[in-house]
Design a protein. Structure first.
Length: 429
């Protein structure tokens, strides 16, 4: 397959990846919660995918739209002679501008895209509005779906209050933030039918009996984090992905900008797409599939988090073992079980492995922008396993939350592949 940049008249897929990262930057600025970030990725990448399919093929026969819940309705005519590359990126940016709190800041990215296409003569000036109108129609179609996924109703639901009693979650230092997205289970999934089908095994019962599973796991976190190697510390920090991290300087609270777990895997998806020299069609498809999977994985994980409502290691260890202990990583503001990164990393690795193959070696540069070094992996499975165990090294999860999170993510990933595999021409390499 030739590199897109070597094919006359076809812009490199870097154009798509760069503009998707501009959406990531807005999420980081907005401190989007991990599940909310996944939702933003799902709808923005879906817009790019649908715009491409309609512009290039005039139908959605081979698109993800045929396999997701509530297929978007196309109630407008598809014009001739539109540029699928421009429309895909413009539709993505337009959905981003509408769906994110600070999305209006993407107006510059849209303006730059327009100027580039006119200046480079990829689009004649008189055809620009024609293309924009089509892209906006696609974006409107996607936003209709987004506005009906129950997100707008979250603020009207009963406010969450920590449960009384031992073993339940309560806010952790240093910011003691309130629980994040306690009713995320009410968001409409893309692929999941019944959340109960992906319910993990219940967590270990809270107990201070030294022979109990909970006490052994609490002790394990305490002991492991007390003797971390430099490599383990590097792993924990590389996969931290905590957008809520706060540092204090005197009386001043300073927010540390970090990518979300979903953003990290969207980054890996782009790295793999470029390394494999995927064309635009495949690049847009795999990003949309991974993003929709991340969206559903967070819904499933967050349902369990607020069902089990389990205490974090930081709260348990400082209360029952050592009041002076602190985790390497800052504890995120929501219940412990299951581990979100374990769920979504495994989900992503299942989908990416199916698409790109096993033992796909890559160098993960997703965190370089955020001040961390690149890291090499021999496969997506290896990266996902490292992301999962990083939560133990970081001192923010117990082992059963990690292991059951892996099982949960794998189960969701396999279900999604069953729905699309054998039907999507793109999956059949």
């Amino acid at each position: 397959m030739p590199l897109a940049s070597q094919t006359k008249g076809i812009p490199p897929t870097q154009l798509y990846i760069d503009n998707l990262f501009k959406i990531t930057e807005v999420m980081v600025t907005d401190v989007a919660s991990p599940p909310a970030a996944a939702r933003f990725y799902a709808y923005t990448t879906l817009a790019a995918h649908l715009a491409w399919e309609l512009a290039e093929n005039k139908h959605l026969d081979n698109s993800l739209a045929n396999h997701i819940n509530s297929k978007p309705e196309i109630n407008f005519e598809i014009p001739e002679n539109i540029d699928p590359y421009f429309c895909a990126v413009f539709a993505m940016l337009e959905v981003g501008s509408q769906i994110m709190p600070s999305g209006a800041s993407l107006s510059q990215a849209k303006s730059e895209l327009e100027k580039d296409y006119v200046k480079s003569k990829k689009l004649k000036k008189q055809h620009l509005e024609h293309n924009k109108k089509f892209a906006l129609q696609v974006a409107t179609t996607v936003m209709v779906k987004a506005k009906n996924d129950n997100y707008a109703q979250l603020s009207t639901l009963t406010r969450y209050s920590p449960k009384k009693g031992e073993g339940y979650w309560y806010p952790t230092p240093p910011a003691y933030m309130a629980a994040v997205e306690p009713e995320w289970r009410t968001i409409t999934p893309f692929f999941l039918d019944e959340l109960s089908n992906f319910k993990p095994t219940p967590p270990a019962v809270f107990s201070l009996d030294e022979e109990s599973s909970f006490h052994r796991q609490m002790t394990e976190v305490y002991e492991v984090t007390s003797q971390l190697s430099n490599e383990q510390k590097l792993i924990a920090n590389f996969w931290d992905c905590n957008p809520f991290m706060v540092q204090y300087s005197g009386h001043m609270a300073i927010g540390i900008k970090k990518i979300s777990p979903g953003g990290h895997w969207i980054g890996i998806t782009g790295i793999a797409a470029q390394q494999a020299n995927l064309d635009w069609n495949e690049t847009l498809y795999i990003h949309a599939l991974v993003a929709a999977g991340l969206h559903d994985a967070f819904i499933s994980c967050w349902e369990e988090k607020y069902d089990s409502d389990r205490i974090r290691p930081e709260s348990a260890i400082t209360k029952y073992l050592d009041n002076n202990w602190r985790p390497l990583l800052q504890t995120p503001p929501f219940p412990e079980y299951t581990s979100g990164h374990s769920v979504v990393s495994t989900l992503s690795s299942v989908i990416l492995t199916d698409f790109f193959g096993e033992n796909f070696e890559f160098i993960d540069t997703s965190e370089v922008y955020f001040g961390l070094p690149e890291r090499a992996f021999g496969s997506f499975e290896e990266a996902a396993a490292e992301a999962a165990i990083s939560r133990l090294y970081g001192g923010i999860h117990f082992r059963d939350a990690i292991e059951e999170g892996v099982v949960q993510g794998r189960k969701i990933g396999k279900m999604i592949l069953e729905k699309v595999k054998g039907h999507e021409a793109l999956v059949q390499h």
